[in-house]
Design a protein around this ligand. Structure first.
Ligand code: DON
Length: 598
């Protein structure tokens, strides 16, 4: 704790001056000296501390169950399953399939991700790793052309960009072990949405228009997502996905076997063969979702439960919190220059380590213990200057990334028995590689770009990888997806997670920090302005509103370079439990996200 003082005393005058300047962030404005008249606050029947009229960010409140996802219809499907007596896992699988219909840019059948479950009956925390696998025919330099350059189209856009998908395998593992309903029951709402059609929202209409370059160049995708004359779906029109309805029915009827060995597998593989893809029947048949031991550690009296490798998020959040634990962040101020300096330097070190030490734990011994040790935190701290920014070139060399437009999605579910699910899954980019396996209505992922195609060469998120994340047959690519939970007194207190490519880790970390260090309710913790640093490029990305000019100036004087990043810092979907109530917060950064409780 003394480090806070050591740091602030050594900071430049400019920095000290800026600390006294209030941030423009609404979330960080302290309660006024004179409280609002008490009579205006209705007396709660029971202690409901978060329905606080002193805040402008209010979570959705419910008593029995809650579903928070990126899309309203999918959230409704989840609540409907809970109301029918299904548990959180039943609802989570139903939401996962529904999102494949209603949020096709990220919801998926043929993608990959991570699911974390809290089983209230056994008091167990389970994590399911269903990241895509490199096909057997994949090899280390498969995307490197004759000039030694990475062929970005091959890694991201062509059929060779798809890894062997994991979503259906994971949903079966989850349902069979922790659910109560059949595959047919949980798939049914998605089948109905695909067959009867969904009303196209403004968000979906816009996203399909933006994706025309990708989806329009694949015959099967074009036939689904655009009118026959090539015109765009308009908001309010009905989008029917008949092939997808059939595929989902197959899964409902025959389970994961339909997808990995049955007719669907045959259709996907035939499509791969016809278009230069690498996925074979053997790849499909051999795919297995892996149960992994979640990472658990303490931070300021709370326990955190996070996704272990091949997610890099859990390890690096622990690594960063080990450093932050030495500072009194609440005292230093939310998003103050002093806090941001320490957090950014912790981020810089974590992302530098990510480029070398993280990969598939089935292929390498990931040095998790060392990265998350107190000794390593001490070493990291000792290297952080008190009064100025480091240069990433001094921490490790790298290259700036090309910008890309990504998409993944997260959802959280909590049921009346106390079971909790946190699921992040993805096609990697929006609409994956844009290829629909003919006849299936199923969009394929471009998860192979999560590998490092060449050591030192950044992927689509600017992430630099090393040998541990090189391509090898049936290896999982390193991921940033980080489903997360905070426990209080050993029980789930907060569940969260986010899309955002490389920004997932720092986004999830800031939500956790906002709750733990800054005592925010879950809506405040969600809405609060975010920042990000990932070692390379050596830039602090900030959201457009919420960082005072004084803070920025003070940090620029310390050597930091800022870039406005728009509102692209994730989209968290979170639930907090306090007393008898559940509080849901859908991230306002992307349209359509919705928390629904009952
Ligand atoms: O696993 C990963 O890290 C990436 N496939 C995640 C992609 C992503 O978050 C895209 N979202 N906005």
């Amino acid at each position: 704790m003394a480090r806070n003082l050591a740091l602030t005393s050594a900071l430049s005058l400019a920095l000290v001056a800026c600390q006294s300047a209030p941030s423009v962030s609404a979330q960080t404005v302290a309660a006024p000296a004179t409280p609002a008249p008490v009579a205006e606050t209705p007396a709660p029947a029971q202690s409901v501390p978060l329905l606080d009229y002193q805040s402008i960010h209010h979570p959705v409140t419910a008593r029995n169950g809650m579903v928070v996802s990126q899309e309203e219809l999918a959230s409704r499907v989840g609540v409907q399953i809970l109301e029918q007596g299904g548990n959180a896992v039943d609802a989570a699988v139903a939401v996962g399939f529904a999102l494949a219909v209603t949020l096709p840019r990220a919801g998926n059948v043929a993608g990959g991700g991570f699911m974390m479950i809290y089983d209230a009956e056994t008091d167990d925390y389970i994590s399911i790793d269903y990241k895509e696998l490199a096909p057997y025919a994949a090899f280390r330099d498969m995307y490197v052309d004759e000039n030694g350059e990475v062929d970005l189209d091959a890694a991201r856009r062509e059929y060779t960009a798809s890894g062997v998908p994991g979503t259906v395998a994971a949903f079966e593992v989850a349902l069979e072990n922790y659910g109560t309903m059949s595959f047919a029951e949980v798939v049914a709402p998605a089948v109905e949405l695909a067959r009867n059609g969904i009303e196209v929202t403004y968000d979906l209409a816009q996203s399909l228009e933006f994706a025309e370059d990708k989806l329009g160049s694949n015959a099967a995708a074009r036939a689904i997502f655009y009118h026959e004359d090539g015109s765009y779906y308009q908001p309010g029109e009905i989008l029917v996905q008949e092939d997808l309805a059939w595929s989902l029915e197959q899964i409902g009827q025959y389970g994961a076997a339909a997808f990995y060995e049955g007719e669907l597998a045959e259709m996907i593989v035939a499509d791969q063969e016809a278009n230069g893809g690498l996925i074979t029947m053997q790849d499909m048949a051999d795919y297995e979702a892996e149960l992994r031991e979640p990472l658990r550690f303490d931070y300021r009296g709370y326990e955190l439960v996070l996704m272990p490798p091949p997610s890099s998020g859990g390890v690096h959040i622990q690594q960063m919190f080990n450093v932050l634990d030495e500072f009194d962040l609440a005292e230093m101020g939310h998003n103050s220059a002093a806090t941001m300096h320490i957090v950014v330097e912790a981020m810089r070190q974590a992302y530098a380590d990510r480029s070398v030490h993280l990969g598939d734990p089935d292929f390498y011994d990931i040095p998790v213990e060392w990265l998350t040790s107190d000794e390593y935190a001490e070493e990291t701290l000792a290297a952080i200057p008190a009064d100025h920014a480091r240069s990433s070139a001094d921490v490790n060399p790298g290259v700036a990334p090309p910008p890309e437009s990504p998409d993944t999605t997260h959802y959280s579910v909590w049921d009346s028995e106390g079971n909790v699910v946190s699921n992040t899954y993805s096609l990697n980019y929006s609409y994956g590689n844009g290829a629909v396996a003919a006849g299936t209505g199923i969009l394929m992922n471009n998860g192979m770009d999560d590998f490092s195609a060449q050591p030192g060469q950044p992927n689509g998120y600017g992430l630099i990888g090393g040998e541990y994340n090189s391509i090898e047959p049936h290896k999982r690519s390193l991921s940033s997806m980080t489903p997360a939970m905070i426990l209080q007194d050993g029980k789930p207190y907060v569940v969260t997670g986010s899309p955002g490519g490389s920004r997932i880790i720092t986004t999830v970390m800031q939500v956790l920090m906002n709750v733990i260090d800054f005592d925010m309710n879950i809506a405040e913790a969600t809405n609060a302005p975010r920042f990000h640093h990932q070692w390379y490029p050596d830039v602090v990305f900030v959201e457009p509103v919420g960082f005072s000019a004084d803070t920025i100036r003070a940090m620029e004087a310390m050597g930091y370079v800022f870039e406005e990043a728009g509102y692209t810092m994730g989209s968290t979907q979170s639930i907090m439990r306090q007393g008898d109530f559940l509080y849901g917060a859908a991230d306002p950064r992307r349209p359509g996200a919705m928390a629904i409780g009952y």
